[in-house]
Design a protein around this ligand. Structure first.
Ligand SMILES: C[S@@+](CC[C@H](N)C(=O)[O-])C[C@H]1O[C@@H](n2cnc3c(N)ncnc32)[C@H](O)[C@@H]1O
Length: 403
């Protein structure tokens, strides 16, 4: 009898979901938590930065929000309405008036029928340009929809942006990311609720435990002690870089994380992209919202910053060290290669310039243009977001210090 009652309490008749899951799900959409606020802010700002560039270059794209939710989190817009709002705003820009064949395909999917019905209601009340924005709505399990999306990738060459925002870390597999990234011009913004897994990285889980499966699939070190959450995230980044190939010509994608820090709990967003300009946009968004380019903390109004100096400088000094090692070992690099290195490290060309200026004063580097002419004016070094000319950065440690 007790067992039967237990079953009634924890299993929902309609979709066989544990009631506890449904309660969590409903609570999620009733009001917005700090972590959800941070996540949707990064998503929104990335769209604002990147979408206009993408549309100006390609004229069309697909944005697929595969765990889209009902459209609203309490009074706040969820990812679908954030996207439509921002698209409306972006498309108002007169520079798009003369753009031919402008099309934005938007795919919203959620396995929960209630969420999809609510989303449809929200969308029908929303005014937007239906000639340009084509909305496709699906009510499927992501696992069932994915094979359709990755089938015959050669069919569509338009840029694709996949937003994967599941409740749990076990929904999205490494192989899904590999398949999505093999599509042409593809990128993924993945929300990973990593904090729970991070706390159990050295636990003695059985082989089939889903936390262990996730850790072994998504990290290089596997079940081990990590010094801190950043070491864990960096390890996930290395694994993504090892596992995911874009194409034969340019196999290594750009990958970065932003840690979302809600105090007691922490989560993360990972961007995986083949576009340096996409990565640069996310680097900008990250530096706009964080002091260190990595960790988004909510600041109290009375405080200027919650970051310790140590934390603020840790990533900059790590970048500086890596950059110097790179310049020293390569000896001669072009400005474009150094900029690419910087973007891959999650930084901006302005950060590269700061280090190069410092090295220049110390006479560790010299900058050349064609005909071996040196350039002393830093404004002519071609170190910017869209450099107009090629320059050469040469490591010139003086002979005395060489050994
Ligand atoms: C974190 S919420 C998404 C929130 C949304 N991005 C927003 O900003 O409002 C995750 C959503 O994924 C849906 N979901 C969970 N598992 C799923 C699956 N296997 N396939 C498709 N949707 C799923 C849930 O119903 C829920 O609406």
């Amino acid at each position: 009898m007790f067992g039967f009652l237990f079953f009634i309490i924890f299993i929902n008749k309609n979709n066989n979901r544990p009631l506890i899951y449904i309660m969590q799900n409903e609570a999620f959409f009733e009001k917005q938590s700090v972590l959800t606020y941070q996540k949707t802010k990064i998503y929104e700002e990335y769209i604002i930065e990147y979408l206009p560039r993408l549309l100006m270059t390609y004229g069309s794209c697909l944005i697929a929000d595969l765990f889209c939710g009902p459209g609203k989190n309490g009074d706040h817009n969820g990812s679908p309405l954030i996207l439509l709002n921002r698209l409306n705003y972006i498309l108002k820009n007169p520079k798009f008036n003369s753009k031919e064949n402008l099309k934005v395909h938007v795919l919203f999917n959620d396995e929960d029928l209630g969420n999809i019905e609510n989303l449809k209601k929200e969308i029908s009340a929303f005014s937007f340009n239906r000639d340009i924005i084509k909305i496709h709505i699906r009510n499927q399990k992501y696992e069932d929809l994915l094979p359709d999306l990755v089938r015959r990738p050669e069919k569509s060459s338009i840029p694709k942006f996949f937003f994967l925002d599941p409740f749990t870390y076990s929904n999205v597999k490494m192989v899904d990311l590999q398949n999505l990234m093999l599509l042409s011009h593809s990128e993924v913004l993945l929300f990973l609720p990593v904090f729970f897994t991070y706390r159990f990285t050295s636990a003695k889980f059985k082989k089939e435990h889903k936390t262990r499966i996730f850790i072994e699939e998504f990290t290089q070190k596997g079940m081990a002690d990590y010094n801190d959450i950043h070491e864990f995230m960096t390890d996930i980044k290395s694994r993504l870089l090892t596992e995911i190939k874009i194409n034969r010509m340019n196999p290594v994608p750009y990958v970065r994380y932003v840690l979302l820090d809600g105090g007691g709990s922490k989560n993360s967003l990972f961007l995986i992209t083949g576009h340096p300009s996409g990565m640069l946009c996310m680097n900008k968004v990250a530096f706009k919202n964080t002091d260190d380019g990595k960790c988004f903390k909510v600041k109290e109004s009375s405080q200027t910053s919650l970051f310790s100096n140590h934390e603020n400088t840790r990533f900059h000094s790590l970048f500086r060290k890596k950059l110097i090692k790179y310049l020293e070992s390569e000896e001669v690099v072009t400005n474009s290669a150094a900029i690419d290195f910087t973007i891959r490290e999650g930084f901006r060309p302005m950060h590269l310039k700061e280090v190069i200026k410092e090295l220049y004063v110390l006479k560790k580097v010299r900058i050349f243009v064609e005909n071996n002419k040196t350039v002393s004016d830093s404004r002519k070094w071609g170190i910017s977001e869209s450099p107009k000319k090629e320059t050469i950065i040469k490591w010139t440690q003086d002979e005395k210090n060489k050994n």
